[in-house]
Design a protein around this ligand. Structure first.
Ligand code: ASP
Ligand code: MG
Length: 438
């Protein structure tokens, strides 16, 4: 995770949050309350009525005296359709053209929202990634943001104009359109908020916040009022889909005040905050899961230096992301087994490339299992409370759930299990940690 993101306007980079108000006390004879980035996801802009409703939400912030920049996704379903076309036309040899296609969904929604705003008397202008310019590297289809030149947009905000920025897209050093990976408009919004030194970044979605777990499989799931950046990061990377993982990492680095809330209700959302600002005691915050996991075991590898480096070096060369890894202790100092988990979509590729170097590695057998799920317990309580792993493993054992791989971080314990047991594991863990009551 490089922190190469730089803020390119001199005017903004050192201005504190309060300084903004002091610098520019009036805009169209009104007091500027705050500078806000609002982000609306695909379901929030799914049709014209919803776009009109979004325009009203934007207008409300403008009427309150705020400077507003808006980031939008494509209408829900659009990007899936575009990806399908891009991959069905024939093998994609050139990801630059893939990006040209899949980036178009957001061009439609920025234009529509600009018109909707203009029609209710709000001065608004749309901006595509290349126009602002949101600069990325050249890793097409999963590009990383390098910097944003917000000078122009800042100017417009100062004049009281709403800037509507297409999420998900940027421009490569070559000057070609890039995209940031699925769900990337969250990251666009956070990057823009950081570059504009915004007071808040409000992520509007179709759920009214971050839940203790997925309410679709656990109706007793509870909305969290707040969650720390670290917990949110672990939740996102462990499979909770509410925010793109990279957006959380970026918000944490740049201390962006992030809020997740629903565009369909006026309920308060979930604040994502610094651990230092948390008033409550350390606790278990949530149970996350991801079903699309697979497992590979290399049986009986020679127990020698360099073997693991060759296995994982080869996978890395093929851009295969590995998640959990265990190596069994070798009883006889001759052979060990290595087991790792990875995304199910990468399984075939991983098996191919490990079979290709079977002789070099000298393993006896390769066992692959495509039907795995990862279930994780997340919370800052792990820093201070002993016994959380015991509670977790005991309840899973009582339910007869076998653990294939275990991994931990300071605030997370994850287990790899057969995917058939996902719901049972999530519900039992939610119960045993008492998450339905705050
Ligand atoms: N429209 C893009 C996607 O579906 C980006 C986003 O919605 O965040 O992945
Ligand atoms: Mg999203």
């Amino acid at each position: 995770e490089g922190s190469s993101f730089e803020i390119m306007t001199a005017a903004c980079s050192s201005a504190g949050r309060l300084e903004l108000k002091q610098q520019r006390p009036a805009q169209n004879n009104r007091l500027i309350m705050a500078r806000i980035v609002q982000k609306f996801g695909g379901t929030s802009v799914a049709d014209l009525d919803r776009i009109r409703a979004v325009a009203q939400r934007v207008k409300a912030e403008v009427d309150a005296g705020n400077q507003v920049a808006v980031v939008v996704s494509a209408m829900s379903g659009t990007t899936n359709q575009l990806v399908e076309w891009a991959t069905d036309i024939g093998p994609v040899h050139d990801a630059r053209e893939y990006d040209v296609i899949v980036a178009t969904g957001e061009q439609v929604t920025v234009g529509l929202l600009a018109i909707a705003l203009q029609n209710i008397g709000v001065d608004a202008r749309s901006w595509l990634g290349w126009q602002i310019a949101l600069q990325t590297d050249d890793i097409h289809s999963s590009a990383r943001i390098k910097g944003i030149d917000v000078a122009q947009i800042e100017d417009r905000l100062m004049q009281g104009q709403v800037a509507i920025v297409a999420g998900f897209q940027g421009i490569s050093p070559e000057g070609r359109v890039t995209t940031l990976g699925r769900g990337g408009s969250d990251t666009s919004a956070v990057a823009l908020a950081a570059a504009l030194n915004a007071d808040r970044c409000d992520i509007y979605t179709d759920v009214d916040g971050v839940y203790t777990t997925d309410p679709r499989i656990m109706p007793k799931a509870r909305k969290l009022d707040q969650i720390t950046f670290e917990e949110m990061l672990e939740m996102a990377s462990a499979g909770a889909k509410v925010l793109q993982t990279r957006s959380v990492a970026m918000a944490m680095r740049h201390k962006v005040h992030l809020q997740v809330l629903s565009s369909f209700s006026d309920e308060p959302g979930t604040l994502v905050i610094d651990e230092d600002d948390v008033m409550e005691e350390q606790k278990i915050s949530g149970i996350a899961y991801s079903r699309d996991e697979a497992k590979v075991t290399l049986v009986s590898l020679p127990d020698q230096p360099g073997i693991a480096a060759t296995v994982f070096g080869t996978l890395a060369e093929y851009h295969i992301n590995v998640d959990m890894i265990v190596q069994s202790a070798s009883a006889d100092k001759q052979n060990t087994d290595i087991t790792f988990s990875l995304g199910a979509l990468d399984l075939d590729k991983a098996v191919d490339c490990l079979e290709a170097i079977k002789n070099k590695l000298g393993y006896q057998a390769l066992v692959a299992d495509p039907d795995m799920a990862k279930v994780s317990v997340i919370g800052t309580a792990m820093r201070s409370q002993p016994g959380i792993a015991r509670t977790m493993f005991s309840v899973l054992a009582e339910k007869g759930i076998n653990l294939h791989v275990i991994s931990t971080s300071e605030i997370k314990i994850s287990v790899l299990i057969d995917s058939d047991y996902t719901e049972l594991a999530v519900r039992s863990l939610h119960d045993v940690f008492g998450l339905e009551t705050a």
